[in-house]
Design a protein around this ligand. Structure first.
Ligand SMILES: Cc1ncc(COP(=O)(O)O)c(C=O)c1O
Length: 367
């Protein structure tokens, strides 16, 4: 039988009875206030899960990033430092505010933004840093927060892959402003787009709400509001999923540990900071022979994917912002070689054995 990269229907099946209960509750909400209370209830539950003061439920991870940058005062012409090894939305959130993305390199072991490279890219125009916990792996937050304090630069954590991941025993999304995507393919995904912001600062919380909740109040703030609250059915589904998120993450950690045991002698795999807990939204290996390996696996019924074929600094859309003299050697190396292996929640130990045997066979054939 084939091993799919993902199968959302199978992964979410166990949630159907609890989700239906939640959907019924939404059908029973008779007015705007009740609907708002329902959403606020979900926000409070996620904030509690994350040990954050506040959570704000929005319609996507991109929106979460954009609102956070906006509320922090990032505007046209400001520079924002971010990694280039990430999903395009991290960069677009900066561009959407007419700010300038400045790409930093990543660390060769963790593949997260390198604090040394952040330091090198700080200028008088820098207004914020976005740290992406890529594939679920927490960034070097101690060093990043030191830079933040020294240069008075706010940090946004793009925790889209990392709901429940920890650094120094603290859940990500509590160091700076936490931005989470809850798109289908995340550990805490729903069906389609949704996102969350976590904040521990009341003023910032109010500033973000101020960008979302705009009314016909002549004395109110002028805002370029676009509707961006999370839908009630997405919140209902995530309400049903939240109590299982810890278990889901543990299962991902377990599956990743099986992979690591069997193939880290043959392939480079992502490493974590010693005090970090990766939640493995992806399990990624590096291979110099990516296309051939992907085809080889596919022929054996195993679907692997290279998620970010191109780092952002090589995409035409961002080219105008890239300093031609700047080099991102680790980003280039990882982007060219990264291949995500299947790690759906239901994967069995036997299936991991089969994948790893196939990988080793490939190595022996092409050594
Ligand atoms: C690292 C990263 N940042 C931001 C986003 C954007 O999230 P969304 O698709 O919910 O807008 C994603 C989505 O996959 C992502 O992977």
């Amino acid at each position: 039988m084939d091993i799919p990269f993902e199968d959302y229907s199978r992964e979410n099946k166990f949630l159907l009875p609890v989700a239906i209960k939640q959907f019924r509750e939404v059908f029973g909400l008779s007015n705007d206030d009740d609907q708002e209370r329902f959403l606020n209830g979900f926000e409070a539950r996620f904030a509690k899960f994350n040990f954050s003061e506040y959570a704000i439920a929005v319609n996507s991870g991109t929106t979460a990033l954009e609102l956070s940058l906006n509320a922090l005062g990032v505007k046209k012409g400001d520079e924002v430092i971010l990694p280039s090894y990430t999903y395009i939305a991290t960069g677009l959130s900066v561009m959407n505010l007419n700010a300038i993305p400045v790409f930093a390199d990543i660390d060769k072991d963790t593949w997260t933004i390198s604090p040394g490279s952040i330091r090198k890219n700080i200028t008088s125009k820098t207004r914020a840093i976005i740290a992406v916990h890529i594939h679920g792996n927490p960034c070097a937050m101690k060093d990043i927060m030191e830079i933040s304090r020294k240069h008075r630069l706010p940090v946004i954590e793009d925790a889209s892959h990392a709901h429940g991941a920890e650094y120094d025993g603290i859940k990500v999304g509590n160091f700076g402003v936490g931005c989470f995507s809850c798109y289908t393919n995340k550990n805490f995904g729903c069906f389609g787009n949704a996102g969350l912001i976590t904040v521990n600062n009341k003023l910032l919380y109010k500033a973000i709400l101020g960008l979302i909740k705009v009314s016909n109040d002549p004395a109110g703030p002028l805002s370029h509001r676009t509707p961006c609250r999370m839908g009630l059915f997405e919140a209902a589904f995530l309400n049903a999923k939240l109590p299982f998120l810890g278990e889901i993450n543990e299962k991902m950690v377990y599956l990743a540990s099986l992979y690591k045991k069997k193939i880290s002698a043959f392939f480079n795999v992502q490493k974590s900071e010693k005090n970090a807990k990766n939640v493995y939204r992806d399990f990624v290996i590096l291979t110099k022979d990516r296309v051939r390996l992907e085809v080889f696996l596919r022929k054996k019924g195993i679907i692997a994917k290279s998620r970010y074929r191109s780092p952002l600094h090589k995409m035409p859309y961002f080219r105008g912002f890239v300093n031609p003299a700047a080099r991102l050697p680790v980003t280039d190396e990882v982007s060219e070689a990264a291949l995500a292996l299947p790690i759906p929640l239901f994967l069995s130990g036997e299936e991991i054995d089969r994948i790893c045997c196939t990988l080793r066979k490939f190595v022996s054939l092409h050594a």
